[in-house]
Design a protein around this ligand. Structure first.
Ligand SMILES: Nc1ncnc2c1ncn2[C@@H]1O[C@H](COP(=O)(O)OP(=O)(O)O)[C@@H](O)[C@H]1O
Ligand SMILES: [Mg+2]
Length: 322
C-alpha cells in the first residue's frame, strides 16, 4: 500500500498496526451544523464493535467517513500507517480496497449474476477495461466460487442477483466484501431489511468470516440484542457524540465454533449454470464455460447498461479513484 503524508510520531506508531484510530472526527454537511462532533475512538485490530444509537445520530456518517464515501470536515482516521481522511486519488483507492463494506440495501448490481457481483469485490484491484470486459483473473474467479460456497450460495453463481431473497443478497454482499481481502469490515445496518432469523444468520456469518480472517468489524446496528449477542464491544452514539463505550462481556466467543448456518436454497431457485456444488477450480472452469454463452446471449448494450448501473452504485465509488 502506498505511503501517505507523514504522521505525527505517536499517531504513526499507533496507526501502523491493525488498529483503527479516529481522532476528533467532525462532519458538517451544512456549515456550522455538525453531524459528528469531534468523535475520537480506537478500534482494536480484531473483534466486532457494534455502534448503536437513535436514527439520525450520525452512525452511518461515521462509517462512511472511514471509507470516505463521505469526506470528513476535520479530524484524523488512522489506519495502517495512513490518515484516511487526507488520502485522495490512487492512494485512497488502494486504502479502500482493504476496507470491506456491507450495505443495508446490499448494493448489488441486480442484473448481473451472483458470481459477477462477488467478483465486483476485485474492481479496486483491476484496470477498468478488464472489469468492463469481465476479464477477471482465474485466481479471482476461483476465489469467488470458494467464497460463494463459504456463504452458503455455492449453487447460485449464475443466477441473476435480482432473483435472490434479502438474506441471500446480503450473503452475496458479504462475499463481495470478503473478495476484497479486507483488513477491516464496515457494515451499515446489515440486518435492518431482514427478518429476525435471517438477521441472526447474517450476523453469525459476518462474525465467523471476520473471525477466520482475524480482522476487526465495525457494525452499525439498531437491534441492541443482536449487537450484544455478536459484538465484543458496544458504542452508543447520540447527536454525533459517543455517549457510551464498553465491552459486551462476550469477548472471545466470536471466534468460537458457530452453529451451522441455515443456507437452504429456495426451492424455486435452481442453478442453471452448474449441476453440482462447486469445489473451487472445477467450479471456476465451469463458470468460464458458462460465461461465454451468457456473453453471447446478452447483448453488448446490456453489458454497458449493467456496468453503468454498477458505476453509479456506492460500491463502485468505493472501488474507483477520484
Ligand atoms: N448526504 C447528506 N447530506 C446532508 N445531510 C445528511 C446526509 N447524510 C446524512 N445527513 C444527515 O446527517 C444526520 C445523521 O445521519 P446518519 O449518519 O445517516 O445517521 P444514522 O445512521 O445514525 O441514522 C441526519 O440528520 C441526516 O439527515
Ligand atoms: Mg444509518
Amino acid at each position: 500500500m502506498d505511503a501517505s503524508a507523514p504522521l505525527p510520531a505517536p499517531a504513526a506508531e499507533a496507526a501502523s498496526g491493525r488498529a483503527l484510530m479516529i481522532r476528533n472526527l467532525r462532519k458538517e454537511y451544512r456549515p456550522g451544523v455538525p453531524v459528528l462532533r469531534d468523535v475520537s475512538l480506537t478500534v482494536e485490530g480484531r473483534g466486532m464493535t457494534a455502534i448503536i444509537g437513535p436514527s439520525g445520530t450520525g452512525k452511518s456518517t461515521l462509517i462512511r467517513c472511514i471509507n470516505r464515501l463521505v469526506d470528513p470536515t476535520s479530524g484524523e482516521i488512522l489506519f495502517q500507517g495512513q490518515d484516511l481522511a487526507k488520502l485522495g486519488g490512487k492512494k485512497l483507492r488502494h486504502a479502500r480496497r482493504r476496507i470491506g463494506m456491507v450495505f443495508q440495501e446490499y448494493n448489488l448490481v441486480e442484473r448481473l449474476s451472483v458470481i459477477e457481483n462477488v467478483l465486483c469485490g476485485r474492481l479496486g484491484y483491476l484496470p477498468v477495461w478488464r472489469a468492463w470486459l469481465r476479464k477477471f483473473p482465474s485466481a479471482d474467479i476461483e476465489r469467488a466460487f470458494q467464497l460463494l460456497d463459504a456463504v452458503g450460495l455455492g449453487d447460485f453463481a449464475t443466477i441473476r442477483a435480482d432473483q435472490l431473497s434479502g438474506g441471500q443478497r446480503q450473503r452475496v454482499g458479504i462475499a463481495r466484501a470478503l473478495m476484497q481481502e479486507p483488513d477491516l469490515i464496515l457494515a451499515d445496518e446489515p440486518t435492518s431489511s431482514l427478518d429476525p432469523k435471517t438477521s441472526v444468520e447474517i450476523m453469525e456469518l459476518i462474525a465467523q468470516r471476520a473471525g477466520e480472517r482475524d480482522i476487526p468489524v465495525i457494525v452499525n446496528i439498531h437491534n441492541v440484542e443482536l449487537g450484544r449477542r455478536f459484538a465484543d464491544r458496544m458504542i452508543g452514539m447520540s447527536r454525533g457524540d459517543i455517549v457510551f463505550d464498553g465491552p459486551t462481556g462476550r469477548r472471545g466467543s466470536a471466534r468460537s465454533p458457530l452453529s451451522p448456518m441455515s443456507s437452504t436454497p429456495r426451492p424455486s431457485l435452481t442453478s442453471p449454470g452448474r449441476a453440482s456444488s462447486p469445489g473451487s477450480s472445477m467450479a471456476a472452469a465451469s463458470y468460464r464455460g458458462c460465461f461465454r454463452p451468457i456473453s453471447r446471449r446478452t447483448s453488448f448494450s446490456f453489458s454497458i447498461w449493467a456496468w453503468r448501473r454498477a458505476c453509479r452504485s456506492p460500491f463502485w465509488r468505493l472501488c474507483s479513484a477520484r
